[in-house]
Design a protein around this ligand. Structure first.
Ligand code: SF4
Length: 142
């Protein structure tokens, strides 16, 4: 089973109300079991919403609101959804959206809303990494 960012298969859950559809991801998933997650929506946020970035362990949106609790809640709820979807021993990996403050793997925006990318994980990706789950991004699929 794979864990997949819902925006990558076309669900309009992205901050701007759109998605990050990726044909390579969709093709890869054709013969696989997977569970779709969107930690930000699961945390009670809406689409569209202000973009948010991770800085010094907190999540802050462009208007300056601290959304850390919503992001943490969403990550926990998505992990619960994964556990309900199947045996965690059978999770083969996660395919997550590059750069997101929730889903970003290894690289995220630096919190200044200026397009600068730094090393780091999004909140949900960090949780999955702590569980030892192999992490990929949409960039691995073209
Ligand atoms: S939280 Fe993850 S799944 Fe939801 S829109 Fe952002 S990148 Fe996509």
């Amino acid at each position: 089973m794979y864990i997949v960012s819902a925006c990558l298969v076309g669900e309009n859950v992205k901050y701007n109300g759109g998605n990050n559809y990726n044909q390579g991801v969709v093709d890869f998933l054709k013969d696989k079991d997977y569970v779709l997650i969107c930690p930000e929506m699961a945390g009670g946020l809406e689409a569209p919403r202000d973009p948010a970035e991770r800085i010094e362990g907190r999540i802050v949106d462009r208007a300056g609101r601290d959304l850390t609790e919503a992001f943490n809640l969403g990550a926990r709820r998505c992990w619960e959804k994964v556990l309900c979807a199947g045996d965690p021993e059978k999770i083969e990996g996660a395919i997550l959206r590059f750069g997101s403050p929730s889903c970003g793997v290894g690289k995220i925006y630096d919190g200044t809303f200026s397009g600068v990318i730094v090393d780091g994980d999004g909140v949900f990706a960090e949780l999955l990494r702590s569980k030892g789950i192999p992490l990929m991004t949409d960039k691995d699929f073209g």
